[in-house]
Design a protein around this ligand. Structure first.
Ligand code: ADP
Ligand code: MG
Length: 387
């Protein structure tokens, strides 16, 4: 992924398309602090934006032509026609930006073409939502240029439609909302049922804390099929319990609900994860709002155990990050994102960061795993115009 400034992205746009762009926009990747596999159960999530961003230099066109280029992909400019965009017709990276154009037009917005040059520092496929960053940056640019008047959460919905219908990936609403709506120094408490949201102060540096992202650099190949199975299992649980979504099972009624599920052990495990995970999000919100930031550590670790044992979406690499980090004195740790690889997060005192990082790296070396990529995540700004 390239590290470009807004000016550099504008300059490259000019080289590619022969004129200055009308503007440059940015949209970040995200990390989910807590609330995993809850978004397709109408539940709670709590992501924050990363400093890693996708940048887009964009100009309007009136002739129906859509030209796309990415600094991060081999190959030249791809030229398409907006009226010919068709869901699930494109298996390349261009499906993300052109899916957004398709979704905007399908929603009745008169987008008549664009020249777009993209460049991103969000690592692709690491569970940090490079795809949502790409979608949201394009959506925001077109919203501004075509004066569409859509709010952040509305753009997020359009981007989700683009990814669900055009790209063909059954993702929830969290990633796009995080990229569109997060604020620096805050985590975003999002109710995925009605998209109501609240910015929760999460200024780690001021408290002498650090949050590490540990990218295991693995992606186990069965992840998509397993994701589908978990979703179907959650739907089955909701149906058996007679609720619209597992979000409707109150934490206080969990034991009774589990009794009603009888001996369907798999569904019981899935239900228990989702219901306890929603409650963990609420606990983290309460702790952060009362200034007890360090106390969220054990809740994160509890969330990991639930994803590992009940939801069964972890993997040896993610489990090892959590075990090694906590043994070395971290306040808490958990896998983040869908699972089966990708990244984990670790909350630690600033003074312990070196020890914890070293412990994780040594544990990976001893286990014969690929060295992980460790970086600090500072809760950063959501999508915005930068040039
Ligand atoms: P994640 O969103 O977790 O990073 P996804 O599989 O959802 O993983 O999205 C990754 C895909 O998004 C890549 O395979 C590529 O098609 C596209 N993508 C991400 N970043 C870029 C970029 N800078 N330029 C072009 N395509 C990108
Ligand atoms: Mg993605």
């Amino acid at each position: 992924m390239s590290v470009d400034t807004a000016a550099a992205v504008a300059e490259r746009f000019k080289e590619l398309y022969g004129a200055e762009p009308e503007g440059v926009w940015a949209a970040p990747g995200r990390v989910n602090l807590i609330g995993e596999h809850t978004d397709y159960n109408d539940g709670f999530v709590m992501p924050f934006a990363l400093p890693h961003t996708a940048l887009a230099a964009v100009s309007r066109r009136e002739d129906g032509v859509l030209r796309l280029h990415s600094a991060d992909v081999e190959g030249g400019v791809v030229e398409l026609r907006v009226e010919e965009l068709e869901p699930e017709s494109d298996r390349n990276w261009t499906a993300y930006p052109s899916g957004v154009v398709w979704a905007l037009r399908a929603a009745g917005h008169a987008v008549t073409g664009a020249d777009i040059h993209l460049s991103s520092t969000v690592p692709a496929g690491a569970g940090l939502s490079s795809s949502a960053a790409l979608e949201v940056v394009v959506a925001l640019a077109l919203n501004d240029l075509y004066d569409l008047g859509q709010k952040g959460w509305q753009l997020a919905r359009l981007c989700q439609r683009a990814e669900n219908m055009y790209v063909g990936a059954p993702v929830g609403i969290m990633d796009q909302t995080a990229s569109a709506c997060c604020e620096a120094g805050h985590a975003l408490f999002l109710d995925t049922r009605d998209l109501s949201q609240k910015q929760i102060p999460f200024d780690l540096a001021a408290l002498g804390l650090r949050l590490l992202v540990v990218d295991t650099q693995v992606k186990h190949s069965h992840s998509e099929g397993e994701y589908g199975k978990r979703r179907a299992g959650c739907e089955k649980g909701a149906a058996l319990l007679g609720v619209n979504a597992l979000r409707d099972v109150a934490y206080d009624d969990l034991d009774a609900a589990l009794d009603r599920l009888g001996d369907d052990e798999e569904v019981r495990r899935l239900v228990r994860h989702v219901v306890t995970e929603d409650q963990r999000v609420e606990r983290v919100v309460a702790l952060l709002e009362s200034g007890e930031t360090r106390a969220i550590g054990p809740v994160l670790t509890e969330g990991h155990a639930s994803l590992r044992d009940d939801f069964q979406v972890s993997c040896p690499e993610l489990d090892l990050v959590v075990r090694a980090a906590n043994t070395a004195g971290a306040l808490g740790a958990r896998m983040t994102g869908g699972g089966f690889g990708g990244s984990a997060i670790v909350l630690a005192e600033a003074t312990d960061v070196e020890t914890v990082t070293k412990a994780v790296e040594e544990a990976f070396a001893a286990a014969g795993f690929t060295a992980p990529r460790v970086f600090e995540a500072v809760p950063a700004a959501g999508a915005r115009r930068v040039g």
